[in-house]
Design a protein. Structure first.
Length: 320
């Protein structure tokens, strides 16, 4: 039975419409289960894990770009001084985001990572409105207000703001803002971001960190391979995401972004047994309602844009 199943599935996998969809599901699925991976290297501190994530990401990204661009690698990754300055800022933001994420996972607060990435799209809406002067539609305003109410409610009931979730949402929202106004592709951009971070993390590993506290090289070869694998954990989903983004409508990619925090939410509650109180339920319900409104508004806007595009591109004789 197995060979028959493989024969029937293979043509669909190779079809242009299915491959980007599978790539998108793979990217967000991997991002959702990545807490499991960082639990495996939890004996290293968050700072050491991020240092190795940066170093090995540079290696794997360089290999991917070399294969992708082959003989024109130098011209393909060349950037201007202005873009380099912007990527230095975005690199610092993504490093902060990674550090907060790994720290949250390794201190048993995966639920906060889920909350942070659920809030993130709404933070991006606010940043787009305030910084880029984009117009916030009324439904989006209601969604942002609901998410704010849910976050404030949780902060009041728990007794302190969910700093890790807010840090993740803010750092990644600002990262997205910088990358939006920077003319560079996702993989080339991340390559330069991590490359510019490399001297900093290398300096930290060689001279500033306590050698006795470093886990890499002090344990088994299997653990060292897992630490090197943090680069693959970064690069593989990014390659899959780039494939999905090229082949799928933007609204589909936007809906997929909720897969990762949903998986992390399930891991936190059902596998890691992190506390999930009625107060968490109220806050998440408000935020999920906000996301439903936001997504519905985005889908409606995308449909209107498509209709307008069809009308403007239709032949003159076909127009009423």
């Amino acid at each position: 039975m197995a060979p028959a199943a493989e024969t029937s599935v293979a043509p669909n996998v190779r079809s242009p419409s299915t491959l980007p969809l599978l790539a998108g599901l793979g990217a967000y699925g991997l991002w959702g289960v990545v807490p499991l991976y960082f639990k495996l290297v939890g004996e290293a501190g968050a700072d050491e894990i991020i240092a190795h994530r940066v170093l090995w990401s540079v290696v794997f990204l360089a290999l991917v770009l070399a294969v992708r661009y082959r003989g024109r690698i130098r011209s393909s990754v060349r950037i201007s001084g202005r873009v380099a300055a912007a990527l230095a800022v975005s690199g610092a933001l993504v490093a902060a985001n990674w550090l907060i994420f790994v720290y949250a996972v390794n201190t048993d607060r995966v639920l906060q990572t889920s909350l942070g990435y659920f809030i993130n799209p709404l933070v991006s809406v606010v940043l787009g409105t305030v910084v880029l002067r984009e117009r916030m539609r009324p439904v989006q305003g209601i969604a942002v207000a609901l998410a704010a109410i849910g976050t404030i409610y949780l902060a009041v009931r728990v007794g302190r703001p969910p700093w890790l979730a807010l840090g993740l949402a803010a750092s990644f929202g600002l990262y997205g803002l910088v990358r939006k106004v920077t003319d560079v592709g996702p993989m080339v951009g991340l390559f330069w971001e991590t490359l510019m971070m490399t001297p900093v993390v290398a300096l930290w590993l060689l001279f500033l960190a306590d050698p006795a506290a470093l886990a890499f090289g002090a344990g088994s070869p299997a653990f060292d391979l897992l630490m090197a694998g943090t680069g693959l954990v970064t690069v593989v989903p990014l390659v899959l995401f780039a494939t999905a983004a090229r082949g799928l409508p933007l609204i589909t990619v936007g809906l997929m972004q909720y897969i990762a925090p949903s998986i992390s939410f399930c891991l936190a509650v059902f596998l890691f047994r992190e506390p999930f109180t009625p107060d968490h339920a109220v806050a998440f319900a408000l935020i999920w309602t906000a996301l439903a409104l936001y997504t519905a508004s985005a889908a409606r806007h995308a449909r209107l844009q498509r209709r307008l595009a069809r009308r403007t591109t239709a032949p003159a004789e076909a127009r009423p």
